[in-house]
Design a protein around this ligand. Structure first.
Ligand SMILES: Nc1ncnc2c1ncn2[C@@H]1O[C@H](COP(=O)(O)OP(=O)(O)OP(=O)(O)O)[C@@H](O)[C@H]1O
Length: 267
């Protein structure tokens, strides 16, 4: 199927650690997929393999039928543009204003010289303002990114990803440092983009409630393997207990409560 993302028996080992262990998944275009699991379960490594920040030890990853693990040079840069990544710590240039940070998302389209000069067209500026508008951030457009709250910074990061015009958005624990109100705004932003633009979203989450509320499909990982793959409705405590036993239920609930030990960024 066109634009399907497919992981085929993918593993990534670090010495004796099987960070990702024989994972096979097919993700249809436009799905909103949440990945949950205890710290160390392999969630980040899986996203990093998809956008080629890491390479698999075994297996292949296909998008649109093309093996993305074989891409190099220009083709690899094009894949990274198609597959935007959002990080827990926002990855913005704090001393630059919000609009410029969003425009940086366009640099993959520029040649070396125009990248160095950070020259952007009127059309690109309009695109960046429109992306900020969708995330309710136009009033902050000329403010330095470092002066925004954590939730606002994460929404800027989403706007920056959006102007890349990606086909997939990968988000590695985008709300783990945020308070609940800001976390809701960020998740709402991702959901709107998913619904309105049909962009596939794959998001690592620590809270089961968030996964249930937003995701069409939930994948739980344990020791590098897929431990559960289904809809939120299928993910009742009874189902988890039936399939995985009491130990599984305990692990499931533990897996998603570790947010409490993270330090929130002030709103
Ligand atoms: N670059 C690396 N070198 C060595 N080991 C690594 C590396 N990256 C990840 N690992 C190991 O792989 C396993 C999976 O890590 P990963 O970060 O993917 O888990 P995670 O589910 O994202 O955890 P968290 O929720 O804490 O981010 C862990 O045991 C981790 O220590």
């Amino acid at each position: 199927m066109s634009s399907e993302l497919s992981l085929q028996a993918v593993s990534r080992h670090f010495g004796d650690t099987r960070a990702v262990d024989n994972v096979t998944l097919n993700i249809r275009p436009g799905q909103f997929v949440g990945v949950i699991g205890r710290s160390g379960a392999g969630k980040s490594t899986m996203l990093r393999l998809i956008n080629r920040l890491a390479d698999p030890t075994e297996g292949s990853i296909l998008f649109d039928g093309k093996d993305i693990t074989a891409l190099k040079g220009k083709a690899l840069r094009a894949w990274r543009r198609d597959c935007a990544m959002i990080f827990q710590q926002f990855n913005l240039v704090e001393r630059l204003d919000v609009l410029t940070n969003v425009l940086i998302g366009r640099l993959a389209e520029h040649g070396f010289l125009s990248s160095m000069a950070m020259r952007f067209s009127d059309e690109e500026r309009a695109m960046a303002i429109q992306a900020l508008d969708r995330l309710d951030l136009v009033p902050q457009a000329l403010q330095r990114a470092g002066t925004l709250s954590g939730g606002q910074q994460q929404r800027v990061a989403i706007a920056k990803a959006l102007v890349q015009q990606p086909k997939i958005m990968l988000a590695d624990e985008p709300i783990a440092s945020l308070d609940p109100a800001n976390a809701t705004l960020v998740m709402d932003g991702l959901k709107t983009i998913n619904r309105e633009d049909g962009i596939t979203v794959l998001v690592n989450l620590h809270t089961l409630d968030t996964a249930r509320a937003y995701c069409d499909r939930i994948i739980a990982m344990r020791q590098g393997r897929v431990f559960f793959d289904g809809t939120a409705a299928q993910l009742t405590d009874d189902v988890v207990r039936d399939i995985y036993g009491l130990e599984g239920l305990r692990e499931f609930n533990e897996a998603v409560t570790s947010t409490a030990i993270r330090t929130p960024v002030p709103a």
